[in-house]
Design a binder for this molecule. Sequence first.
Ligand SMILES: NC(=O)C1=CN([C@@H]2O[C@H](COP(=O)(O)OP(=O)(O)OC[C@H]3O[C@@H](n4cnc5c(N)ncnc54)[C@H](OP(=O)(O)O)[C@@H]3O)[C@@H](O)[C@H]2O)C=CC1
Ligand SMILES: O=C(CO)COP(=O)(O)O
Length: 320
Amino acid sequence: MKLAVAGAGAFGTGLAISLAANGPVTLWARDADAAAEISKARENVQRLPGHPLPENINVTSNLAALIDADTILLAIPAQKLGEWLKVNADHFADKRLVACCKGIDQSTLRGPVAQIEAHVPSAICAMLTGPSFAADIANHLPTALTLACNDVDEGAYLQACLSTPTLRLYLSQDVIGAELGGALKNVIAIACGVCMGAGFGESARAAVITRGFAEMRRIGTALGADPETLTGLSGFGDLALTCTSDGSRNYRFGLSIGSAQDFDTATTVEGAATAVSVSNLAQKHDLDLPICRVVADLASGKIDPETALATLLARPLRKE
Ligand SMILES: NC(=O)C1=CN([C@@H]2O[C@H](COP(=O)(O)OP(=O)(O)OC[C@H]3O[C@@H](n4cnc5c(N)ncnc54)[C@H](OP(=O)(O)O)[C@@H]3O)[C@@H](O)[C@H]2O)C=CC1
Ligand SMILES: O=C(CO)COP(=O)(O)O
């Protein structure tokens, strides 16, 4: 396998460092200055400081070097992926493209693999997702992820090539379930952050995680996911991590809303846009997703935490 990672953010850099244990990796950044800086420092000081790059990572902004790979991990934020694929589609025909971002595009309501399929129909698509902070995989801490691919043989090949002694990939054919789990857990993580930031308490957070998980299963089932996938690493596993750790930017974004603190708007917070996408999908499919709905309104500043809480508690009592 000739491997490259597109997107030299925190996760792209972490993945490159982790996978360099298996062989050479090209790490592509869109910005020439950023690529030169990372290459010279042998560290991504801006996005993943404190994690030296092994010698076999070639950092570049040269698209030709990216296209030279046969397998490309896409670590570009979900809201930007479609446009990037559209512009570069011709270069990626027949390649293995592995989506590593977590979100649902606001304008098309597509997940990352659906975006690849739409823009590069000849590509072999897969999704790599699950509980994994960039710093943890860069540190070679033990991590387990889901590798989802419709094609059994290609999936098995990717699983073998992208696993390392510390990065353990579990194989799935349920691409929709894997896409949805990663996207939705970010929305629920924001809700949990709000809950803790506003002082609603840990019991309330446990309720948000549990009822949020019910919403994940509800929409997942409606959109054709295998509910079992949502109980796995890409769903429940990532939900558990992101809803309970301030290592998560989505959770921290929620904390800032809950405690009325400023938040750096340049930070990648996938759950904010995805909450809107999910609410639109819910409307389209006539689904009741109250937590996702209030997160969309909280993230856009339409309501405050007290109003969100009152909205959720005022709902009719129902069966679990
Ligand atoms: N960080 C983590 O621990 C994890 C992140 N993820 C997922 O990985 C994805 C990326 O997150 P992460 O790396 O952390 O985010 P960062 O904010 O650290 O980096 C985003 C990267 O994407 C690049 N980028 C942004 N817009 C475009 C564009 N239009 N075209 C090409 N490149 C672009 C940025 O380049 P530039 O610097 O030039 O703007 C930057 O290199 C997200 O979907 C996230 O959910 C998944 C698991 C863990
Ligand atoms: O997806 C992640 C861990 O699995 C990272 O979460 P954040 O994007 O919230 O930081």
